[in-house]
Design a protein around this ligand. Sequence first.
Ligand code: PRP
Ligand code: URA
Length: 208
Amino acid sequence: MGKLKIFDHPLMHHKLAIIRSKETNTKQFRETVDEIGALMAYEVTRDLPTENVEIETPLAKTTIPMLAKEVVIVPILRAGLGMVSGIQQLIPTAKVGHVGMYRDEETLLPNQYYFKVPPTINNATVLVLDPMLATGGSVAAAVTLLKKAGAKDIRFVGIVGCPVGVEALQKAHADVDIYLAALDPELNEKSYIVPGLGDAGDRLYGTK
Ligand code: PRP
Ligand code: URA
């Protein structure tokens, strides 16, 4: 089973409070999601494989570990896009794929409308981004598509999840590690996370 890591850090709690508040406007919401993405990137990449590389400083030759594998970031559109630039601050060389997915309001099932990833994805560490893990359907479907495209080393990076979504993702893809900033208790009757933060896409882009 992949690991489940929930962040427990004062900066994360503070930033989560900002994006959860209904008083937070689009600009501040977007900026704070970005900051959360950057904070998460540090922990999510802690065990990335490295290889020793010989370099020459101005004073001497030395051997230093450097990243051994390419990193590919894959936001699930739309809301996952809000986490990209924060993660790119820490991994500027990462390539970016995109999966377009929206949850049908009636059936709650994910519908795919776009898919484009780098051809090197089979040898990369893939970070799938989506702020919300509700029923887990959207992320599980995105991971299935990424595996079909050849991805083997996949981690999910979300902001708010709930036990139902975590279980669904673990059941569908037991090999995927899950990183969340918060695990909320439940879903409401419309399968929104409670207390959650509302509709992440609408809050990022001001569409409601
Ligand atoms: C939201 C969210 C996830 C999905 C989570 O996207 O960003 O992708 O719902 O729900 P699930 O875990 O039950 O599948 P939405 O479908 O609203 O699309 P948007 O990002 O374009 O607003
Ligand atoms: N999608 C969201 O944006 N928020 C939720 O709480 C659930 C699904």
